[in-house]
Design a binder for this molecule. Structure first.
Ligand code: HPA
Length: 237
């Protein structure tokens, strides 16, 4: 047990999928895993461990924003030995060629700050995805025929953003989409010798104001779970 995770030693798999929403963790575990069991429910942050085609996987919520994700990812890596962590979540598109329901696989994540900023100080560290996971996720997404974009994203600290000028700068520099967690996940994985990736589905569009209706979000979420599982276990049929 750690401060925020009630799982016993050995309850967490080496591979962890991290949706922001704990109820999405429950849905994904019930839908994709066999022999799944609840391993954490402290503060309602649900985590499940089970099997996907014989491979052991944990699906654990991260909460919203980098401070929340940082708590769970730190404890999963440092206390439970997680080695591969894949964020599955939504993002807002920042380019006109990116559409609703498209998948964005984040090569890097630009930020104003993360919980790691105190360490990096004057250094503009470039948090980046693990190459082997990135390559496998792109192959899995292409095999599913999902429109997929690979590139930089923006991990913001705020959802209700009062700095549209910054979004404009990001768009001008090719950033594909905005979310709120990936940069810190990448920082932590790089710091502790783990592998990380963020696979995102476009739920809204910053340039057009379009948004995916709530009833259509589950389908895109299922695609992401499958892409993440194939990326983690690329040999699995
Ligand atoms: N901003 C930040 N995070 C998000 C957004 C957004 O527009 N859409 C989905 N996650």
């Amino acid at each position: 047990m750690t401060i925020h995770i009630g799982a016993k030693p050995g309850d967490i798999a080496e591979t962890v999928l991290m949706p922001g929403d704990p109820l999405r963790a429950k849905w994904a575990a019930e839908t994709f895993l066999t022999e799944s069991r609840l391993v954490n429910e402290v503060r309602g942050m649900l985590g499940y461990t089970g099997l996907w085609r014989g491979n052991r996987v944990t699906i654990h919520g991260s909460g919203m924003g980098m401070p929340s994700l940082s708590i769970y990812a730190n404890e999963l890596i440092r206390d439970y030995g997680a080695k591969t962590l894949i964020r599955i979540g939504s993002c807002g598109a920042m380019q006109s060629h990116v559409g609703l329901r498209d998948i964005i696989i984040a090569m890097t994540a630009t930020t104003l700050s993360t919980p790691s900023s105190g360490i990096f100080r004057e250094l503009n560290f470039a948090p980046h995805a693990d190459w082997s996971l990135l390559r496998a996720a792109v192959a899995a997404a292409e095999a599913r025929g999902v429109t997929t974009h690979v590139g930089g994203i923006y991990s913001s600290d705020v959802f209700y953003d009062e700095r549209p000028d910054l979004n404009e700068v990001m768009t001008r520099h090719g950033i594909l989409g905005v979310e709120m967690e990936a940069a810190e996940l990448y920082n932590l994985a790089l710091r502790h010798g783990a592998r990380a990736l963020a696979v995102l589905t476009v739920s809204d569009h910053l340039l057009t104001g379009a948004a995916l209706p709530a009833d259509q979000r589950q389908g895109s979420f299922g695609d992401m779970v499958e892409i993440a599982l194939h990326a983690a276990f690329p040999g699995t049929a």
